[in-house]
Write a protein that binds this ligand. Structure first.
Ligand SMILES: Nc1ncnc2c1ncn2[C@@H]1O[C@H](COP(=O)(O)OP(=O)(O)OP(=O)(O)O)[C@@H](O)[C@H]1O
Ligand SMILES: [Mg+2]
Length: 438
């Protein structure tokens, strides 16, 4: 598992040598000669791990460490310190450094520590990507996730677009016995049909034109961990028997190979389509459907998670303010009301986009309705003129539009076809509701 390493060191020769050592191990390395430039690079490049000298001018390693703690607490920072300055190193550890190395730097040890730190980063991120929410629906969801994670059975996650299906899959991985194994995702809808089989099961060199070397598929990559099959409803019918076999027999055969091999993994799949209906229409194999959904997790739409909108909004404001290096603004009571009144056809993803935009627009200390209006004008405007049942219809329509657009990667021609309306009819509706890709 290579990663991005930022190396901050004022001694030019040492900087060059350590860079080469790390690059030889497969890390992507960028360097800076002192803390100030290091911090700029940190912000621009977002490394996985930072290795920094302590004594530098004008900005020293402690300055770098403080900066990281504040803005990128998930990024481990390793300190390099001159022999005999243990107190400084201890001090750095107290201030949140991940580890320290004394000079002259042992190259083997450096590589080992950096590798551990990369793993630590993804663990910390797992915690940061924690599922926010205290609504009864959310609490039930957490319990279900723990239950689903405790067995090795396949799980099918259903839910509208943007409800957190992928996040739930990651949470299942994190809570399972396989958490130290990999989490590998494949999106069945975004990979061209002719490449999908090889992406899933791998191929042998020469199996088809362009297969210039052996390649591992996602099943093999996920061995020992969790394989997340996203948009499973888009898996072409002709590939379904092979997937069924892989899931049932826990055994795969790469394209162009006569040898099969055993794998051990947990399968989590997700869809926002109605698979049962697809089975009835013979668009999805019944046997595969029953295999994948031994256990089923249904994510509630955001409008049913009472109380979570506010918590999520505050969470995203903090997240984006940190990301953009701005002080964290508050959200005015009016703005909270506006957020809570909205229907959220695009669910949590939509709320996340709205809050990112608000953080960027907000120049003062508080996010107000003004910063939200452009993005969630839709429902509140109609709310004044329409009654509840037509509001539901409007919300449904918005939801259908968004779902179709997401599924077609925002290609309007395809989305219109999917919705069975003309392209200009689609355009008119998008304008009416102010829907656009954010
Ligand atoms: N409970 C939550 N707390 C915090 N963030 C969340 C939560 N649920 C979802 N998110 C965030 O919302 C966004 C959408 O979530 P995710 O990608 O998991 O949804 P999805 O159901 O897979 O959507 P789609 O059907 O469009 O693929 C992500 O950025 C995710 O991190
Ligand atoms: Mg998804």
């Amino acid at each position: 598992m290579p990663g991005k390493v930022l190396l901050i060191e004022d001694e030019e020769r040492l900087r060059r040598v350590l860079q080469l050592v790390l690059q030889d191990t497969g890390f992507d390395v960028k360097t800076a000669p002192e803390g100030g430039q290091g911090m700029e690079l940190w912000q621009a490049w977002k490394p996985d791990v930072v290795v920094t000298d302590l004594k530098m001018k004008p900005v020293d390693g402690m300055g770098v460490l403080r900066f990281g703690n504040e803005l990128y607490p998930e990024t481990p920072c390793i300190i390099l310190t001159a022999f005999g300055t243990v107190t400084a190193a201890v001090n750095a550890m107290k201030n949140g450094a991940y580890d320290f190395l004394t000079k002259p730097v042992d190259h083997v040890q450096l590589v080992e520590i950096v590798q551990q730190a990369v793993a630590e980063k993804s663990r910390r991120e797992g915690c940061i990507h924690e599922m926010v929410g205290q609504s009864p629906a959310m609490q039930a969801l957490r319990q279900e996730i723990d239950l689903l994670a405790s067995t090795d059975s396949a799980v099918l996650i259903c839910g509208e677009s943007g409800t957190g299906k992928e996040l739930a899959a990651k949470a299942i991985h994190a809570a399972s016995q396989r958490s130290s194994g990999p989490f590998i995702k494949i999106n069945c809808a975004s990979i061209p049909r002719e490449l999908l089989e090889s992406e899933l099961f791998g191929h042998k060199k020469g199996a088809f034109t362009g297969a210039t070397q052996d390649r591992q598929g996602v099943f093999a990559a996920a061995n020992g961990g969790v394989l997340f099959l996203d948009e499973i409803g888009d898996l072409p019918l002709e590939l379904q028997p092979k997937l069924l076999h892989a899931v049932e027999a826990k055994e795969i055969t790469p394209v162009g190979s006569s040898k099969s091999f055993k794998i051990s993994l947990k399968i989590v799949s997700a869809t926002n389509q109605d698979l049962e209906e697809m089975v009835q229409k013979r668009q999805f194999r019944a046997d595969l459907f029953y295999r994948l959904n031994t256990m089923i997790l249904t994510l509630p739409p955001l409008r049913e998670r009472h109380g979570d909108v506010k918590l999520l909004a505050l969470h995203f404001v903090r997240l984006f303010a940190n990301e953009w290096g701005k002080p964290v603004p508050m959200i005015s009571p009016d703005a909270i009301d506006m957020l809570e009144a909205y229907h959220w056809p695009g669910n949590i993803r939509e709320l996340k986009n709205v809050m990112e935009r608000a953080v960027l627009l907000c120049k003062g200390e508080e996010i107000t309705c003004r910063h939200l209006k452009g993005s969630i004008r839709i429902k509140t405007e109609h709310a004044e003129k329409t009654n509840d049942s037509s509001l539901d219809l409007i919300a449904k329509e918005q939801q259908m539009l968004l779902a179709a657009l997401e599924q077609c990667n925002w290609n309007q021609t395809k989305a219109a076809k999917k919705l069975n309306i003309t392209r200009s009819a689609l355009r008119y509706r998008l304008q009416k509701y102010g829907i656009g890709k954010k």
